[in-house]
Design a protein around this ligand. Structure first.
Ligand code: TYD
Length: 206
């Protein structure tokens, strides 16, 4: 397996983007190529879908919403992520397949089987080498009031349960970190784990 794929997961606004940036800045001094992407998005097609999805999510049926996330994912994998991994880059992703399991399957009731099968097709089976779950409050910073209407505390608790289930399925892939800690402390934990993986791979992730 070539390259290194690291993903960040967690509820909205737990600090994933900040952590991804800290890790990217550090890794740029360690390896030849670092690529950062966010989901949904990262391609012209995906960014257009992102606009629609973040505005309309939950206003469309859950299956349609999932398939739109998956379409953006397929395009991103095909044109950005898989080519970068083939060049032995380290790819850092702000959300990936696990967001669909947590938000669409556990959160909105799309059949788990459907989500997993379509995810596998969209990613061509490439799983993350490491997934960092920044575990925060079971709902955003305000009681059920969210930019997407209808996302209640109960919904976020289901999403959280989805992440818990996923991390229990594949404990070796997941690192669970308390998002309420100081960002510098979280970064140190991430750096220690990523260093270990790089050492196992002998430096650059070939
Ligand atoms: P974003 O603005 O990136 O939020 P955050 O900073 O919290 O990551 O919005 C992404 C939203 O899209 C977020 O609410 C989670 C949702 N999402 C899904 O529901 N399913 C998915 O597969 C992905 C990638 C994201």
């Amino acid at each position: 397996m070539s390259g290194l794929l690291i993903t960040w997961e967690g509820l909205d606004r737990v600090g994933k983007t900040t952590q991804l940036r800290l890790v990217a800045d550090w890794l740029r001094g360690e390896v030849r190529e670092v690529v950062t992407v966010r989901e949904p998005g990262g391609t012209p097609f995906g960014e257009k879908l992102r606009e629609v999805l973040l505005r309309e999510a939950d206003a469309v049926s859950s299956l349609a919403e999932f398939l739109a996330f998956a379409a953006a994912r397929a395009e991103l994998m095909e044109t950005v992520v898989l080519p970068a991994l083939a060049r032995h880059a380290v790819v850092l992703m702000d959300r990936f397949i696990d967001s669909s399991v947590a938000y669409q399957a556990f959160g909105r009731g799309v059949e788990l089987d459907v989500v997993q099968t379509v995810n596998r097709a969209a990613t061509r089976g490439r799983m993350p080498d490491l997934t960092i779950w920044l575990k925060g409050e079971p709902f955003g910073d305000s009681e059920g009031v969210d930019r997407v209407e209808g996302r209640t505390p109960a919904y976020f608790r289901r999403v959280e349960a989805g992440y818990r289930w996923l991390s229990e399925q594949e404990p070796e892939r997941w690192v669970v970190l308390d998002a309420r800690q100081d960002p510098a402390v979280i970064f140190e934990a991430e750096r220690a784990r990523i260093r270990q993986i790089l050492i196992q791979k002998g430096g650059d992730p070939r």
